[in-house]
Design a protein around this ligand. Structure first.
Ligand code: URA
Length: 240
């Protein structure tokens, strides 16, 4: 992505043009050029055998997606239109994790398709990434009714699915969007303000996790977009 476009997407994010100087600039420039889709392995080649979900060996994201679609582990299956497994490149360097599908996502079967999704797309563009070269998923694969917060037992039912997604994708960085995603991934109840700005790791792996604000929150509090931009740059620097 060229500089003009990047600045355009930053302005779409609602933040003043950031003109990088010094090391971060080169990282962003490298990032934009280093991870175009054609430098990732072909999607169909990505079949990694891993451990198990419910005692069943999962060999591919497609197979895992089918298990998720058939899931009845918690009550959310009774009210969903469909599951929202996640979309993107199956060997993405960036794994972006939100909270749970909303009404639009439940209808479409894809994550982040509403207004918050548009902002997320712009945020990704601002760091030189397209949706097709990252993978976007949620903590929960089914919509909680009335957009309420996910309940702890629901998070626990979905946890093995997310763990398998991470195992299969093997991202170089996980970006947790918002309090619920950050707290669930990091097994903590610390507030998002304290989780930001630190390079955490996922469970017993070395996969880095960086937390930032949820795009829906940024739509309500646009003055925080600059902090989110700092988080994105920090995530870039934290990549394995
Ligand atoms: N908010 C989320 O956390 N995830 C979505 O998929 C959409 C909105």
């Amino acid at each position: 992505m060229n500089e003009k476009k990047r600045l355009f997407y930053m302005s779409q994010m609602g933040i003043q043009a950031w003109v990088a100087q010094g090391p971060v600039q080169s990282r962003n420039a490298i990032g934009a050029d280093d991870y175009p889709p054609d430098k990732l392995p072909p999607a169909d080649d990505v079949f990694k055998e891993t451990s198990t979900v419910n005692n069943h060996i999962v060999k591919s994201l497609d197979e895992l997606k089918r298990s998720v679609a058939a899931c009845t582990l918690c009550d959310l299956h009774q009210t969903r239109t469909q599951t929202v497994f996640g979309t993107g490149h199956p060997a993405a360097n960036w794994l972006i994790i939100g909270e749970a599908p909303g009404a639009d996502e439940d209808r479409k079967g894809e994550p982040f398709v509403g207004r918050a999704g548009q902002l997320l797309t712009n945020m990704l563009h601002a760091i030189g990434l397209t949706r097709g070269e990252v993978f976007i998923a949620n903590i929960l694969k089914c919509r909680p009714p009335d957009n309420r917060d996910p309940r702890p037992p629901e998070v626990e039912c979905c946890r093995p699915y997310l763990r398998q997604q991470i195992n299969l994708i093997q991202p170089k960085i996980i970006l947790a969007l918002g309090r619920i995603a950050a707290q669930s991934l990091l097994n903590t109840d610390a507030p998002i303000g304290r989780l930001r700005g630190t390079k955490h790791t996922y469970e017993d792996t070395q996969i880095p996790i960086v937390a930032t604000y949820h795009p829906a929150y940024l739509l309500r509090s646009p003055q925080q977009k600059r902090k989110a931009w700092e988080d994105l740059k920090f995530a870039f620097e934290s990549m394995d």
